[in-house]
Ligand binder design. Structure first.
Ligand code: PAF
Length: 295
């Protein structure tokens, strides 16, 4: 496994590999790798001849009052994990190389970037789309892998790739969770004991939505109220948003029909966590009907 800092060098190395006909699987990350990232890396390893992981804490996607400075950085540990998972290259650029003096070009995926997390994190998805577009150009992957936990990010990146005619596949893999349901996130390390315990409510709340929809509840407002009540019950929790939206445009739906995304963002103390589930209302209804019949 090679760790490469220089943009030119990684481009040259990967060009050689491409000429040998090797397919490149790419996992962009900000480091502080956990099992969620590793599930993406393992899948990339399975699907491709060559695996590249980027580690870059992208300043462009953090707001001025956000956690850019304290975001966990652990290159040594990350490199060990990557090596164990059979990664071929870690691309580890610095901010000066990615955004040199006089840098001017940004990618903005309109409408999709202003809702949900975009509302409380203005500019965040412009930063994400820009860095991901740059990384795609530098690495030139056949397939790039993202986690479903960042559902809005995945929708935005897919749209960007489609709109800009990028010739790669985007694969979105399921969220990896702790045993109590908390979605793995590099930010979980910020939580104190009480906040960590309370944070398990996120997945319970999403499961409540699943249950309600499964039992035939279609009124989004009622589902959102029930979820919010459950989350608000936790002392350290402060809701940023709870939305039920369609999967393509991320527009709130009043009536749950077909596939919807139930997404929430909640602050536990000073740590903002997000989570989501995709729920297919029709399927769940028939499933619960079958269950009733069995009983
Ligand atoms: O999901 C992340 O870790 C980041 O947003 C990404 C996609 C690596 C871009 O910086």
């Amino acid at each position: 496994m090679k760790i490469v800092k220089s943009i030119k060098k990684i481009q040259q190395s990967l060009e050689k590999e491409r000429l040998k006909g090797k397919s490149i699987g790419f996992v962009p990350t900000m480091g502080a790798l956990h099992q969620g990232h590793l599930s993406l890396i393992r899948r990339a390893r399975k699907d491709n001849k060559l695996v590249v992981v980027s580690i870059f804490v992208n300043p462009a996607q953090f707001g001025p009052k956000e956690d850019f400075k304290k975001y966990p950085r652990s290159l040594k540990k990350d490199a060990l994990l990557c090596k164990k998972c059979g990664v071929d290259f870690i691309f580890y650029p610095d901010a000066k190389a990615m955004y040199p003096k006089g840098y001017k070009t940004y990618v903005s995926v309109e409408a999709l970037s202003d809702c949900l997390c975009g509302k409380s994190r203005p500019g965040h998805f412009k930063g994400v789309a820009t860095v991901v577009a740059k990384l795609f150009n530098i690495i030139g992957p056949c397939t790039a892998y993202f986690g479903q936990k960042d559902a809005q990010q995945a929708v935005i990146i897919k749209k960007m790739a489609e709109d800009l005619n990028m010739s790669l596949k985007i694969k979105v893999l399921p969220t990896v969770r702790e045993t109590d349901g908390l979605a793995l996130s590099s930010r979980n390390v910020y939580l104190n004991k009480e906040e960590r315990k309370d944070a398990a409510v996120l997945y319970r709340a999403l499961n409540l939505a699943r249950d309600l929809i499964g039992r035939g509840q279609k009124n989004s407002r009622k589902i959102i109220t029930a979820i919010s009540r459950m989350v608000n019950y936790k002392k350290t929790a402060k809701i940023d948003y709870v939305y039920i939206v369609d999967l393509e445009n991320l527009i709130p739906v009043k009536v749950v029909k077909g596939r919807v995304l139930v997404a929430l963002a909640v602050k536990f103390g000073r740590t903002r966590l997000i989570d989501n589930v995709i729920i297919e209302s029709v399927k769940l209804k028939t499933q619960s009907a079958k269950l009733k019949l069995k009983v």
